[in-house]
Write a protein of this length. Structure first.
Length: 132
C-alpha cells in the first residue's frame, strides 16, 4: 500500500481541456483527497510531470490517456511509460480506436483497461476503486 505521506497520483492526459476537467472532477467527486490529480494536454507535458513525480518519490497509481493526440499518440505514450515504469496502471481512452488497435496495444503492454468516449463515470470510478 502507498505511504500516507505522499498521496498516489492519478494522471489524465488528453488534448481537450474539457475532457481533462471532466475526468478529474468525476474522479475527485468520489475519491476526494485520497489521491493527487494531475493533468497534461499532451504526452510531452505528461512525461515532464511523471519525471517530477518520480523525483519527488510520489507514487503514480494510474494514467488515463486519450488515444488520438497531436505529436505522440496515446498508445505510443503508454508504451513509453510502460518501458520506464511498468508498475503504473494504464488506461487508454478513445472514441476513435477500433478493437484491433486496442488488442494490438494490449499484446505489447499490460493495459489495465480501455474506456470508450463517451465513457461512463461509474465505470471509470470502479476501475480506479479496483486499482487501489
Amino acid at each position: 500500500m502507498f505511504s500516507m505521506q505522499k498521496r498516489p497520483v492519478i494522471m489524465f492526459v488528453d488534448d481537450e481541456e474539457i475532457i481533462l476537467t471532466s475526468l478529474k472532477s468525476q474522479v475527485k467527486k468520489y475519491f476526494g483527497s485520497e489521491f493527487r490529480y494531475e493533468t497534461a494536454s499532451d504526452a510531452e507535458e505528461a512525461y515532464e510531470i511523471i519525471d517530477e513525480l518520480i523525483q519527488e518519490d510520489t507514487p503514480i497509481l494510474i494514467i488515463v490517456s486519450d488515444w488520438l493526440m497531436p505529436k505522440i499518440k496515446g498508445d505510443e505514450f503508454l508504451k513509453g511509460v510502460h518501458k520506464k515504469f511498468p508498475g503504473i496502471l494504464k488506461i487508454i481512452l478513445s472514441g476513435h480506436a477500433d478493437k484491433s488497435l486496442v488488442d494490438s496495444l494490449s499484446e505489447e503492454i499490460p493495459l489495465y483497461a480501455h474506456l470508450r468516449k463517451p465513457w461512463e463515470e461509474k465505470e471509470l470510478v470502479e476501475l480506479i476503486q479496483k486499482a487501489k
